[in-house]
Ligand binder design. Structure first.
Ligand SMILES: [Cu+2]
Length: 469
């Protein structure tokens, strides 16, 4: 299967008629269409960045995709297996894919630094590093390709996962628009635009480093609480809407490990397990002490692993409701013979803003060793303990992500916490969150808001070690 030559993902969901009208979701498909695919230079797993056509709300949508060696989205690795991947660019435009939350050498991180340029259309780039186990994901860090669904799961199974013998269910969430990302961004930034406060909110100076014993990030200021700046056409769970959800048939016993991934570009969700209850056992791939719950907030780019034991042989929807809205998407877990009834696409009432209620309850299984942080801004040195206090003076929520490191959440609004070790944390409006990490991975690392529109309008900086070439 490793040499599978299928150029793009073909599933029953896709409309393959060549006469299909191209929806405007891919911004820069150029005439420099990929030539013949080069032979992989090594024996890595083949991961193809390409294009595909989905049906969304009954209409065809041309989007990007990342298809693994088995023809399915993304990559899943066995315990101990290296991330040895040949990324083949058949997307018809240059691209670069970030292995979100993984801790590779920095030149394999998939961020377009001058030293690590994007992959031209038709080319292949190889990656080889020892991955860390857990629920991760991959997404393009090139322009705004992420909004056009250049995203996929990256699952690294542990030996413990295999021993537990639970059925693995991956739920990858997206926000979707028939408009191009450029059109969506223009709607956000144009003067007098009615969609949000980005231009009022000082995004251009969103990241200001203070001095003192901690680096402090100040995130601008706005006037009113700001949810869902973009009116999306659909919200997708594993590429499908709730009108036609994926039904996952559960194995006998109904023991599931649900791997939740928020791959949306600008949307936060409340996961609602409905009639089920679950146990959160990992945040952003990193184990946490078990926390029971049925409604779980999931900020952009975050992941949660939830263990669920189905109580019977019925069918059980897993809802993902958009914060501030009635809109929802999701999947259905159903025993083999259980009928699945049609689902109501909208919830009865709007979901509240995604918050830190779960973050307060999370505690890393393997926390950072106790240690005082060094006095340092974003130039850091190998071996340091670095603490960053992120202060949000705006009315927008910012899910903040650091590449190449896992940090521990150590305070929320100044109140100390021995929280989760993870890679993405939400900083709600008018709030502060302090994280710390060990500087153990020399390189140039992006540190940014994972709301893609905040990132591309400047909410991105660099955490850098000295003497990097
Ligand atoms: Cu943001």
């Amino acid at each position: 299967m490793r040499e599978n030559e299928r150029p793009v993902l073909l599933t029953r969901r896709q409309i393959l008629a060549s006469s299909v009208a191209i929806a405007g979701t891919i911004p820069f498909l150029t005439k420099e269409r990929a030539a013949a695919t080069p032979e992989p230079r090594t024996a890595g797993l083949r991961l193809t960045a390409g294009t595909r056509t989905l049906a969304v709300n009954g209409k065809p949508a041309r989007v990007f995709g990342l298809v693994g060696p088995n023809g399915k989205p993304g990559i899943a690795l066995a315990p101990g297996e290296r991330f040895h991947v040949d990324l083949v660019n058949q997307a018809g435009t240059s691209t670069l894919v970030h292995w979100h939350g993984q801790l590779p050498p920095w030149k394999q991180d998939g961020f377009p630094w001058p030293q690590t340029p994007s992959i031209p259309a038709g080319d292949t780039r190889s990656y080889d590093y020892a991955p860390i186990a857990g629920t991760y994901w991959m997404h393009s860090h090139q322009g705004m390709q992420e909004q056009s669904l250049m995203t996929a799961p990256l699952i690294v199974r542990s030996a413990e996962d295999m021993r537990a013998d639970r059925q693995e269910v991956v739920l990858l969430l997206h926000d979707f628009s028939f408009r191009t990302p450029d059109e969506l961004l223009a709607g956000l930034t144009k003067p007098g635009g009615n969609q949000n406060a980005m231009t009022k909110g000082g995004m251009d100076k969103a990241i200001n480093m203070g001095s003192g014993s901690m680096a402090a990030m100040n995130m601008g200021s706005g006037m009113a609480t700001d949810l869902n700046d973009i009116e999306y056409d659909a919200f997708l769970a594993n590429d499908r809407t709730f009108a036609d959800p994926e039904v996952i048939r559960t194995e006998s016993g109904g023991r599931v490990r649900l791997r939740l991934i928020n791959g949306a570009s600008a949307t936060q969700f409340w996961i609602d397990l409905g009639a089920l209850s679950g146990t959160v056992v990992a945040a952003d791939g990193h184990p946490v002490r078990p926390v029971r719950g049925t409604r779980l907030p999931l900020a952009m780019a975050q992941r949660l692993d939830v263990l669920i034991d189905l109580p019977g042989n019925g069918s059980y929807p897993i809802f993902a409701q958009v914060e501030g809205k009635r809109a929802r998407t999701g999947i259905v877990l159903a025993a083999s013979s259980a009928p699945v009834s049609r689902l109501v696409e909208e919830a009865g009432e709007n979901a509240p803003p995604v918050d830190l209620s779960l973050e307060h309850r999370l505690e890393a299984v393997t926390p950072l060793a106790p240690r005082a942080p060094d006095v340092t801004p974003l130039m850091i040195a190998h071996g340091q303990r670095v603490a960053i206090e992120m202060v949000n003076h705006s009315m927008m929520a910012h899910p903040m992500h650091l590449h190449g490191h896992a940090f521990q959440v150590l305070a929320i609004n100044g109140a100390p916490l021995a929280g989760a070790v993870r890679d993405t944390v939400l900083v709600p409006p008018m709030s502060s969150v302090t994280v710390a990490f060990d500087a153990d991975n020399p390189g140039r690392w992006a540190f940014h808001c994972h709301n893609m529109y905040h990132q591309v309008t400047g909410m991105l900086t660099e955490v850098r070690y000295p003497a990097i070439i």
